[in-house]
Design a binder for this molecule. Structure first.
Ligand code: UT7
Length: 334
């Protein structure tokens, strides 16, 4: 049976840097509050004249493919995770496929929010293990700034989220004990409305689905019960990391680098403390990009790659929690 190895990782973030001071001009917030509660100093917002989920994904993908030493034409299948697709339908997977000039290959869209990239890795891993594909592109990309309410009512959500894209190339390998060792996927739909954008949904009556009233309603913006999400996140993150370690017979101390979904620096710091990991064993870049949902793990991995932190034989743990609720982990031997 084949194993899946991550052979290249890339990312793209829009040029437009939004600092906490910029947000202070739009709503009643402060750099001190945002820094203390989330660790975020700045994030990127897309340029509507230039950036789409598909175009950002294509930039990240090209970097990942180049770092893998492959050519774009070598990619056989695309998995794109996003909760902010360019169109209501079709999904942005086909748009990314078009941007890359890969007409004909399959393109799968995932909507598992912050866990989307790990869900994508898991799907790609299964395809590779069964021998169906040898080179799969897994992408997480989001444009969330256009969903935010940039005012006092939306401030508990809008200061957190940012835009960006990250991509990984998974390749089939015969190297035993290397690559993706296991993935663990979970969901609990009872909490779907604790972090969601309600409208425009398909289950509304046609006449009110995109009415003028709806355009003024907060229901078309992101809503989050921050306290509840936080409380579930810290529990589920720990559980799913432990599940990955147990499945492979490892201990917490065996982790060389934990790359958690960048939800909130307080969550990462709490996990680090619970796991007893040294500072250099937990990767954080939320300070610079905010929470980029499905893009956060691949952006972090891409930066860790560039910094030389993903070395041969290292044990890397990925973990995520978010809307759905969904949560997931992956253990990877590089
Ligand atoms: O990626 C998916 C998963 N997402 C997460 O894991 C996010 C989880 N949640 C969080 O990170 C935190 O709940 C937040 C950062 C969103 C909020 O932090 P918090 O410590 O839970 O704050 P809070 O919602 O309990 O609000 C505390 C106070 C409130 O004022 P009062 O009622 O104490 O007077 C809020 O109105 O802070 C106020 N507040 C703000 N103040 C300044 C809420 N948002 C802001 C803001 N600036 N942006």
């Amino acid at each position: 049976m084949y194993h899946s190895k991550i052979t290249g990782i890339g990312h793209y973030v829009p040029e437009n840097v939004i600092t906490n001071a910029d947000l202070e001009k739009l709503m009643d917030t402060s750099d001190a509050w945002i820094t203390e509660r989330t660790g975020i100093k700045e994030r990127r917002f897309f340029n509507p004249d230039k950036d789409t989920v598909a175009s950002m994904s294509a930039h990240a993908s090209r970097m990942a493919i180049e770092r893998a030493g492959l050519e774009v034409k070598d990619i056989e299948f695309i998995v794109l995770a996003t909760i902010t697709p360019d169109y209501f339908f079709p999904g942005s997977g086909v748009l990314l496929q078009r941007e890359l000039g890969l007409e004909g290959i399959g393109a799968l869209d995932l909507r598992n929010a912050c866990s989307g990239f790990i869900y994508g890795l898991s799907v790609a891993d299964q395809f590779i293990k069964t021998g169906m594909y040898k080179n799969v592109l897994v992408v997480g990309a989001e444009i969330q700034s256009s969903l935010m309410e940039m005012n006092n009512r939306g401030r508990n959500v809008s200061v957190i989220f940012g835009d960006g894209a990250g991509a990984a190339v998974l390749q089939a390998s015969n190297d035993k004990g290397k690559g993706i060792l296991s993935t663990h996927l979970h969901a609990d739909g009872r909490f779907a409305e604790e972090l969601y954008v309600k409208d425009p949904g398909s289950s509304r009556h046609p006449e009110e689905r995109v009415s003028p009233q709806l355009m003024e309603s907060p229901s078309i913006r992101a809503h989050m019960n921050g306290n509840m999400v936080f409380k579930h996140a810290v529990v589920r993150f720990q559980e799913v990391i432990q599940e990955a370690l147990d499945a492979n017979g490892f201990q917490k101390q065996d982790i060389d680098l934990l790359v958690p979904h960048q939800a909130n620096l307080r969550i990462s710091n709490y996990l680090q403390e619970q796991l007893g990991l040294a500072d250099q064993k937990v990767y954080n870049n939320i300070m610079r990009y905010g929470n980029t949902t499905a893009a956060s793990i691949p952006i972090a991995l891409s930066e860790a790659w560039a910094e030389g932190l993903l070395k041969e034989d290292q044990l890397i743990c990925l973990a995520a929690f978010g809307s759905g609720f969904t949560w997931a982990s992956a253990l990877i031997r590089f």
